[in-house]
Design a protein around this ligand. Sequence first.
Ligand SMILES: [Mn+2]
Length: 422
Amino acid sequence: MRINQEHIKAENEKSISTHQTKLQLLTATLDRGNNDLEEIIHRIAAMQIAIPSWALGTGGTRFGRFAGGGEPRSLEEKIEDIGVLHALNRASGAISLHIPWDIPENPDEIKALADSLDIRFDAVNSNTFQDQKDQSHSYKFGSLSHTEASARKQAVDHNIAVIEYGRVLGSQSITVWLSDGANFPGQQNFRKAFERTLDSLQQIYAHLPDDWKMFVEYKPYEPNFYSTVIQDWGSSMLLASKLGSKAYSLVDLGHHLPNTNIEQIVSRLMMEGKLGGFHFNDSKYGDDDLTVGSIKPYQLFLIFLELIQGMAHQEFAWMIDASHNVKDPLEDLLQSVEAILIAYGQALLVDQQALQEAQERNDVVMCQEILQHAFRTDVRPLLAEARLRQGAALHPLTMYRKMRVREQLIKARGATTLATGL
Ligand SMILES: [Mn+2]
């Protein structure tokens, strides 16, 4: 289904005066120059978050999956769903493909469809954490780090094939996440496993087009529970540094042990020019894949406070990497994008000069005041204004429900469809 832009415009008209009042009030309260606020609105409007192709269906856990109905049955329908999101918020103009779950069989048609919805192809993702039906070697004991050369070659070849799928569609980056590791002490030689992984990544890197980037994602545990080969940002950055200038680390918010200072990791990676991509989600305990901003919005704000310093010099690949077990996936994604933009907007509000001055004179109290003043500001009118100017909905979630999108999708696709993916 496609969203009618005229419908959005008509709905926006109904609440425009309330919006304008809120915006005027915020502008007056903030005591910032108009140019300054204009700049913030422009930057919010320019932010685009990629939606992964596996996030359009209801996610499951190892205990079960409860489909919500109307799930996309093909890559085409997944792109159409992202088109719905993008029409509503104008901030979801990219898709991140997962191969082999979403192989583009007719790349020309897929590309034309995405173009018509103003959606570009972000990083492609390889999968060597599962065995596919027709594959010769099992990944049960690893892929790029496997003890057997034939299994490693199969995993390398898969990554090269993924690059080719992406190249045809206009992607310019590949994200490699490995589940390789060990469940028990003594199972794996740490050093050999790392060296084999580096060697495999080097072979993939050799096939990377000149204008491409490779993102090396890390994760401390799961599905292996004793060790993983790329367990943290140190190992990830080490690999990226050894690989070369086109390789970067990728930070997934859920891939840290509890209470890790992620904003400091972000700062360190950016300092070395090695932060390439970011996966957004939220968590209470582990890699919980919850809606962005649902548990720790202050952490997200602090991370953006670091990120905006790097955003002035380079582009990052932004993607939502979450799973929706009990929510309508599209509603959940709208919430996640909103949470990202709120944290970004709040970070942009921080008076950087005053903060630096307070830091230099060790005025600890003022440092906290400056940060929390921005964090406690309701920046949603700035987001709404950014959307309004782009023809998107003032309130995307409200609009989604008013338009009865899910009901229409169920009518068109059925109540029992299952999207591919986890
Ligand atoms: Mn991830």
